[in-house]
Design a protein around this ligand. Sequence first.
Ligand code: ATP
Length: 254
Amino acid sequence: RSPTARLEMTGISVAFGGIKALTDVSLTVEPGQVHGLIGPNGAGKTTMFNVACGLVRNTEGRITWRGEELRRLRPAQLSKLGIARTLQGVGLFPGLTVLENVMVGAHKHARAGFFSALFAIPTSDKDDARLRERAMTSLAELDADGYAARYPGSLPYPVQKRVALARALVAEPELLLLDEPASGLSEEEMRELGDLISHLSGRMSVLLVEHHMDLVMRVCDQITVLDSGKQIAAGTPAEVQNDPAVTEAYLGDA
Ligand code: ATP
């Protein structure tokens, strides 16, 4: 793992019209670590996540990845930068099979952009075979290779979520951005997801936005806590758990 594979977000502010969604928030995802981003509803977690993947433009602050500042980051550039993400929900292409969906994620070197990735036809049968093999390996890691020929809409939601994760992992990213990966999962599935994330850490850095506190506390090395767009705490799971500001923010939300 490259020691430069560090994501630094410094002094990030975002305003939507008159609404300040984030005010001066900073966090660093260290190489090979899992960094959790938590906070009550409307705290600004998704906004921060969207800044990290170029979906929302920060009005102030800077993002540095592998020691270089990312300016005007666009989602289409992510895979070339070694970054993959899953969004809330699953976002699979309904007209493609599970295997084809994952193959889209493997088009790391295709020209940037969703449509070019989707339509970039591999130049040779050899490329095609290699891509298929990588996609199958990724599906197998998520225990979803048995669904390769199926269409996403015909599969249970938790399986669709595994396929979406396989699509993110197939590009072998150095940084994985996960927005609420546990939503809609059973306790057992959540435990498996936790095992998987722990298994991935070390191999890649992970930024995890998640509501399920048990999962966050179990898998994260560091946690940043937001409330009303501001950072109210940061540290290890134990530090954050014992921070009175965090308890107060969550009680206020209840
Ligand atoms: P949740 O846990 O409910 O998903 P969150 O912590 O992810 O919440 P955000 O979705 O980032 O919080 O929202 C932070 C604030 O910014 C909220 O007040 C929200 O209403 C506002 N906001 C988010 N996106 C937009 C937008 N596109 N336009 C205007 N306001 C927005």
